[in-house]
Design a binder for this molecule. Structure first.
Ligand SMILES: Cc1cc2nc3c(=O)[nH]c(=O)nc-3n(C[C@H](O)[C@H](O)[C@H](O)COP(=O)(O)O)c2cc1C
Length: 359
């Protein structure tokens, strides 16, 4: 079923393969250039089912932490995204924009406004490291509004939907993680309260866009600050964490893992996407070293192509609905076509140079 169509809300995807969101830092002043449009178009032309864009920093002063990451807060940036969406759509692809607030990854002195510090739940960028600004309720409300306004912009640009980036240690994950969220108000304490920022953002987005616009949520147990961190130790905690975001009206959930074949909870089979689907009954996206042969410790380590029999089996068994592919699609933009045709030997491997050379 991997190469058969899938209906996600109101759009028909031509297959179950999703391009994972991957930051490129090739958008000076936040404006995606022709290079960016060509990069996505190349992959849409080569039959990627759904493209989730690189993280787009939301239109808030504290959202950015990296130079040349795309934004939505200028006419030029919006025109750049229209080019991107057009290149995907003329090739019968589907496009979702990932909305990102970098939270505590923002360091003092960073642009565009160097006076603005990194924003986090309680001032912590990782457990024990208190160097950021603990967000006030006003900060939180402004951030929620910025997400809602940017989602609307994405709808007007022509995207099929947006994905709220709640993973990998950035702002929303900083609130979800008890190691960094020590708040005593409505946004801290129990796991349900720590997920309130996520559900408030999703609710605000939903009430600002049309009902057919897709709203997804990406989360992870792992953080860049700690690969072994966990938000939920079992199925029940996972349910408690996701319940309110789901009830806020999510259309899909993207469960970010580093290795998709690993069982999530002790004593039971099934990866994080499997458990997410079981709990939420929503479409879920799995991810993590798909098509790569090696046991990764690091995103930049080289890896050879490998088969995808396990993914095919999981999708056939409806353990999850869609599968995202990251690095393999950077190394070879024709990965989907070659996989579908069984041309494993033709696939360009992911090497230590891929991040410098891919196009
Ligand atoms: C260069 C690079 C940039 C990434 N940028 C993002 C990002 O902007 N947003 C996000 O949610 N994940 C990001 N990720 C994580 C990927 O979406 C994906 O989850 C991860 O690479 C694992 O998938 P893979 O093993 O197929 O590469 C990035 C990964 C890489 C390698």
């Amino acid at each position: 079923m991997l190469f058969t169509p899938y209906k996600l809300k109101n759009i028909e995807l031509r297959n179950r393969i999703v391009m994972a969101p991957m930051t490129r830092s090739m958008s000076p002043k936040g404006i995606p250039t022709q290079n960016v449009a060509d990069y996505y178009e190349r992959r849409a032309k080569a039959r990627v089912g759904l493209i989730i864009t690189e993280g787009i920093e939301i239109s808030h002063d504290a959202s950015s932490a990296y130079p040349n990451v795309p934004r939505l807060d200028s006419k030029e940036a919006i025109d750049g995204w229209k080019q991107v969406v057009n290149g995907i759509k003329v090739n019968e692809g589907a496009a979702i924009a990932q909305l990102w607030h970098c939270g505590g990854f923002r360091k003092p002195g960073m642009g565009p406004n160097p006076k603005i510090p990194g924003h986090t739940a309680s001032g912590l960028t990782r457990p024990g490291k208190d160097v950021a600004h603990p967000m006030t309720i006003k900060d939180i409300n402004e951030t929620i509004d910025a997400y809602a306004a940017d989602a609307k912009r994405c709808e007007e640009i022509g995207f099929d939907g947006i994905e709220v980036h709640g993973a990998h240690g950035y702002l929303i994950d900083n609130f979800l993680w008890e190691g960094t969220n020590h708040r005593e108000d409505a946004y801290g304490g129990s796991i349900e309260k720590r997920s309130k920022l996520a559900s408030d953002i999703i609710s605000a987005i939903k009430s600002n866009v049309k009902s057919d616009f897709i709203v997804g949520f990406r989360f992870s147990q792992w953080k860049q600050q700690d690969y072994h961190a966990r938000l939920a130790k079992d199925e029940e905690e996972l349910y408690r964490m996701l319940r309110d975001p789901i009830e806020s009206g999510l259309d899909y959930i993207h469960s970010s893992m580093r290795r998709y074949w690993e069982s999530e909870f002790d004593g039971s089979n099934g990866n994080l996407a499997f458990w997410t689907k079981k709990i939420s009954k929503l479409p879920t996206i799995s991810v993590g070293s798909v098509g790569l042969k090696s046991d990764f410790t690091d995103m930049t380590a080289p890896a050879n192509p490998s088969g995808i029999q396990e993914v095919v089996k999981d999708i056939n068994e409806e353990k999850y609905d869609l599968v995202a592919v990251g690095r393999a699609l950077l190394a070879d933009h024709e990965w989907v076509v070659k996989m579908e045709e069984g041309r494993l030997d033709d696939i360009k491997p992911y090497t230590e140079n891929t991040l410098k050379e891919y196009y």
